[in-house]
Design a protein around this ligand. Structure first.
Ligand code: BGC
Length: 862
């Protein structure tokens, strides 16, 4: 069989640069620098007419049938008009849903590369992987702002900055769509936490919405021409995203002129009529609400206009025709299911993203010839941790762990030792030395009330996975009571774990120390108790199983004994130690937030290893900042590898041993503690502000949902905007990352004055030199920040408005020109509801992080 070559069949878009709002032009230019020219859009009127003709063949009921998905990951087929079903797949890390695939350095790792060219290549790779699996819609990129390091899906998203997100999203989408696959930008909008994601309302003022949370979506659908958007689970200002007229009608379809498909997240639709009237085109994964049962009478009663249904059908058919989905098979035999070329893209992604944060005394790069024995410690070292958990979890064909990467690089010349260093949870539960037995009171019902059945047992060690969504028809509540006597003085780890939707609370000497509400996932939780020798504490754990059976583990362990003797011995023996710490798919992922602290026991492990060997390098796996307070001063080197995709282990080894010079830059600020994060006071719902929502589904009884309100009181002060405005310093600033070489910046040139109304389409040119002053080739990310000191309103002290990554040989200088469009100088005027530039003084700053900007120039806006 012969298929038409992809480029000529691509419908897609032209960039139409000159007609873009100016800010978006900046993003498009950043992303476009190396992007090949796009094929022009096919004749739009012809497509419109054809789509109309196809849709017109349908009765109202048949049209309504097209508004909901089917079989989990497909649109509805309509055989009578020759419409097959169209296939979807997740895409934050790799093409997930259809067997093993290439797992790239996606999300936050991609953002750490600060490289739109890489974003474009990863997008193309994902597009090819999709075509090899007949996938029509990729459910990515995720572009939500990393407002807080706790948000469980930050690893799937990009950064804390709207400009960086916009530039990367545009390039990624162009890459995907250049392969004849529709990209779906998600989760629209203000989905910045996983906590209670179906019910929580993100309450955000319009200026913050426009300046921080929407620009990446705007860029994705305007210069990026992303052809699908996914509404998020949460509510925005009290209205679910899937029925939010401001987000969907006023902004997306109105101001941005979006002509593509607006779909719901999976089971994120809550009201069929409201969703139909407020912009939702496609309910996924099935028509629970936007169905004939609800919408036929609504149309008849004039509650929903038939023309609205027609518009939704037209949007689907328009994209189907534009992409040629009816004219060619989506499976393209030119694309491999297992692609060696895409493995190379995955490796480049990992290499570009690894971010070196500390390198005291130039411990790195390591010289293999000077090492006889290396110890690798920790569960993130093996097996490979390519990505976080949830719907993005991609099964890679051959993921390379850090341990394997180091072994491959060193061969047999160096002696390699590995230890996990910590026991597994059930061992802690089983080995807890309770004083006597644990008393178990089992009550009928969920209230811990009535006369319990009392039994005794030696340990609380029933932790095992449980199914989601299955309820126990005979609910019970269980109270465990026990006493624990500390043999020695010191720190004791208190560890608890339940499964599925179970809930629990742990009380020590009358004080609650741990609690896990329903629906917050299966991550073990811990606390530390400081106990005196001989001290006895009384512990009560109240456990509410959700599904039938018990799946609860709970125990205490003396911290110095947690870390295995083997790990300490290996560390002491070795010339150098690598501790691989952090998160993994079960501790960081969809449906639950995480803590700033890494999972239990890890601090103790790093401290024990560093005490045994001062040449200890820590590598961190995770979606953002972590608490490093207990040990950072005790280790000479720290490397963040994010979730590096399937080739991460090779990349880590190449960076540690200097085969690759690290070049990642932080896409998020790293806080010392959760309390100093600017969103901390506002992260959880405002007490007493809950409201409720009445939801009825297909004749089933109405349900009242309680809506907790999270007020984004941090407003514009997200990440570095907060740190630079307050003049305080985070642990590591946004944009920061070390290299094995050094760079300098010089000769900044920018116009001294500009007419606000006359900023050229290409923007205001800002030029400067970057020189590699060290002795190794390397890459630097030049960052341009704009300040508006004479503003009428309060603005963040500086904001990123341009960047470029350059690769330089030792001694080489490159002149860089970045263009600032009018949006670079604007803020959202709340009273006038538009972007506004205040005349007066602006300051342009250039450097290698949000806090190190050696070049500075004033510009007067007239
Ligand atoms: C996630 C989406 C994903 C969808 C389909 C949902 O749980 O929130 O991001 O695209 O599942 O897998």
């Amino acid at each position: 069989m012969k298929y038409t070559q992809k480029p000529s069949t691509q419908p897609i878009f032209s960039l139409r640069l000159t007609r873009l709002p100016l800010f978006l032009l900046g993003c498009a230019l950043a992303a476009r620098r190396t992007a090949p020219a796009q094929t022009p859009a096919p004749d739009a009127p012809q497509i419109e007419a054809k789509a109309h003709a196809l849709g017109g063949k349908r009765t109202l009921e048949q049209k309504i049938d097209l508004l909901g998905g089917v079989d989990g990951m497909f649109t509805q087929p309509v055989p009578s008009i020759g419409l097959p079903r169209f296939k979807m797949s997740d895409a934050s890390v790799g093409v997930r849903s259809w067997g093993p695939s290439t797992a790239y350095a996606g999300g936050v790792a991609l953002a750490a590369s600060w490289d739109p060219v890489l974003a474009r290549r990863i997008g193309e790779g994902l597009g090819r992987d999709a075509r090899a699996r007949s996938v029509h819609f990729l459910l990515g990129p995720g572009v939500n702002i990393a407002r807080s390091p706790l948000s469980g899906r930050n690893f799937e998203y990009l950064s804390e900055d709207p400009f960086l997100n916009a530039a990367l999203a545009v390039a990624y989408i162009e890459g995907v769509q250049s392969q004849g696959v529709i990209a779906t930008v998600k989760h629209y909008a203000m989905n910045n936490q996983e906590y209670n994601r179906h019910n929580v309302s993100s309450d955000v003022d319009e200026r913050t919405t426009r300046e921080i949370y929407l620009p990446a979506f705007e860029a994705a659908v305007t210069p990026g021409h992303g052809d699908a958007v996914m509404d998020s689970y949460n509510l925005v200002n009290g209205v679910h995203a899937t029925q939010n007229d401001f987000l969907n009608l006023k902004v997306l379809k109105g101001e941005w002129g979006f002509q593509g498909i607006l779909m719901s997240d999976w089971v994120a639709t809550y009201d069929g009529v409201a969703a139909a009237n407020n912009g939702l085109d496609l309910e996924m994964p099935s028509p629970r609400f936007m169905n004939a049962h609800t919408l036929l009478p609504a149309v008849k009663d004039g509650l929903v206009k038939e023309s609205l249904i027609d518009d939704k059908v037209q949007r689907l058919l328009r994209e189907v025709l534009r992409y040629g989905f009816l004219d060619r098979p989506q499976f393209d035999p030119a694309d491999s299911t297992y692609s060696v070329a895409d493995r190379a893209v995955a490796l480049d992604g990992a290499l570009e993203s690894l971010t070196l944060l500390k390198n005291e005394g130039h411990l790195l790069p390591l010289n293999p010839a000077a090492i006889k024995t290396i110890a690798v410690i920790g569960p993130d070292a093996w097996p490979a941790v390519a990505g976080g958990g949830g719907s993005s979890e991609t099964q890679a064909f051959q993921p390379v762990s850090i341990l394997t990467g180091i072994a491959n690089l060193l061969g047999d010349n160096v002696h390699l030792l590995y230890a996990r260093g910590l026991p597994d949870e059930n061992k802690v539960f089983r080995n807890t030395a309770w004083q006597g037995d644990v008393r178990v009171d089992t009550f009928a019902g969920m209230e811990f009330a009535g006369t319990p059945r009392v039994t005794n047992q030696r340990a609380i060690d029933n932790w095992k996975p449980a199914p989601w969504g299955i309820e126990d028809p005979h609910p019970q509540s269980i109270r465990y009571s026990a006493a624990f006597r500390a043999q020695r003085a010191g720190k004791y780890l208190l560890l608890a774990a339940a499964s599925g939707e179970d809930a629990y609370k742990v009380i020590v000497d009358g004080k609650e120390v741990l609690s896990q509400p329903h629906n917050e996932g299966q991550v073990p939780q811990s606390a530390t108790l400081d106990l005196a020798a001989g001290q006895t504490v009384n512990v009560v754990a109240d456990y509410l199983p959700h599904a039938p059976g018990l799946r609860f583990g709970f125990g205490l362990s003396y911290e110095p004994e947690l870390v295995s003797e083997e790990a300490k011995n290996f560390a002491a023996l070795a010339d150098v130690v690598v501790v691989a710490a952090g998160f993994n798919p079960s501790t960081e992922g969809e449906e639950h937030d995480r803590t700033l602290a890494r999972p239990w026991g890890q601090d103790a492990r790093i401290e024990a290893v560093a005490a045994a060997n001062p040449r200890t390098i820590v590598t961190l796996t995770g979606g953002g900042g972590m608490d490093t307070r207990r040990w950072l001063a005790k280790v000479p080197a720290l490397l963040d590898n994010w979730y590096p995709g399937q080739e991460g282990g090779t990349a880590v080894a190449e960076v540690l041993f200097g085969k690759h010079n690290p070049e990642g830059k932080l896409p998020v600020s790293f806080d010392r503690s959760w309390e100093e994060n600017p969103s901390a006071p506002y992260y959880y719902p405002v007490k007493g502000a809950d409201t409720s929502l009445h939801v009825a589904e297909n004749g089933r009884p109405a349900v009242d949902y309680v809506i907790p309100h999270v007020r984004y009181g941090d407003k514009l002060m997200v990440g570095y905007r907060y740190w630079t405005t307050t003049g305080k310093h985070p642990l590591f600033p946004f944009g920061f990352g070390l290299s094995y070489t050094a760079f300098s910046f010089a000769n900044l040139q920018a116009p001294a004055s500009v007419q606000a109304g006359l900023i050229a389409p290409n923007g205001v040119a800002v030029s400067f030199d970057v020189t590699n002053t060290g002795s190794l080739p390397g890459a630097e990310v030049a960052q341009l920040y704009v300040s508006d000191p004479s503003t009428r309103v309060s603005r963040p002290e500086r904001e990123l408005k341009g960047f470029e990554k350059v690769r330089l040989a030792p001694g080489e200088t490159r002149r860089i020109t970045l263009n600032l469009d009018s949006r670079a100088f604007s803020y959202w005027d709340e009273a006038a509801h538009k972007w506004t530039i205040d005349p007066g003084k602006f300051v342009l700053r250039v450097g290698d992080s949000s806090q190190n900007t050696p070049l500075q120039a004033d510009l007067t806006m007239n």
